[in-house]
Design a protein around this ligand. Sequence first.
Ligand code: SF4
Ligand SMILES: [Zn+2]
Ligand SMILES: [Zn+2]
Length: 318
Amino acid sequence: MENVIPKLPEEAKCKKCRARGVIRLPSHNTIFCRECFIAFCENGVARAMKKFDIPKGTELLVAVSGGKDSLALWDLLNRLGYATRGIHLDLGIEVFSEASCDAVSDFAALRGLSWTRYSLKENFGWNIEEIRFRIRRAICSICGTIKRQMLNRLAMKEGCEFLVSGHNLDDEAGRLLGNTLRHRTQYIEKQYPFLPAVPGMMPAKAKPLYRLESHELRAYCCFASIRPHGERCPLSRGATSHIVKDALDVLEQKMPGTKRDFYFTYLKNRQAPRSEEREIAICKTCGEPAYMETCSVCTIRAQLLAGRDGGRVEGEDA
Ligand code: SF4
Ligand SMILES: [Zn+2]
Ligand SMILES: [Zn+2]
């Protein structure tokens, strides 16, 4: 990954230890040296993990895509002493997926970490490229739905109780803003960086990077010598989630700290949902957890089967 950290003047000093400052964090109105910045990132994850109340000895299954966020997360959890294992879902997106898988493989090999690669095609029947040609819907919405269910299912298969993912503050603030703009109150109410397990059906899911911004994680990868797959997914163009995040970036640039205020003020009034509060039904077709009679993945599968002979099917965007 190219050096993405704007160079600071020679006289810039770390606000914590007065050593040479190498990174400016406008939303915190501060400058850090490399060591204090790494400690700041560790602290961000440690504070999140404390809030989630995950016991230190528990093994965490880290969903690793090969991008900067998930690799930074895996690295930070290891620095903090958590026992971890990686899980990677190969989506079958030409060139991009191979490079993503290589990034995970290189990262894990250098650090002696174990991980498993699962292929979407082998586990679901179609890869993302094939799905894109068969269903006339925004691919990111379909991809997100399938990934969520596959990772749940594979985590249960691996006997894991805690699945952690690399969603950062930009992702969470963007999601909150997107749902707010569309008045999707049913989703807003459910948004929290920790969801407890549904025994026998779903592992607990946590987002330990929710306190750290995207640009901070990019910088962390540089300082910690992590080499993520640097390219954006070629299918992401035009995704509404990216448009909303870009809008938040504009606000952040003019008013540093906007993302933090927006998301953290929301969180202040919320408690982690309790296991018994999770209203989960069982999909009548596949037996997986669902919010309706038929889960969204079975709906997608039915659309794919309807288009099996090459016809594209129309669908509704989630
Ligand atoms: S950008 Fe969209 S298609 Fe690409 S991996 Fe992400 S969700 Fe899937
Ligand atoms: Zn310092
Ligand atoms: Zn189903």
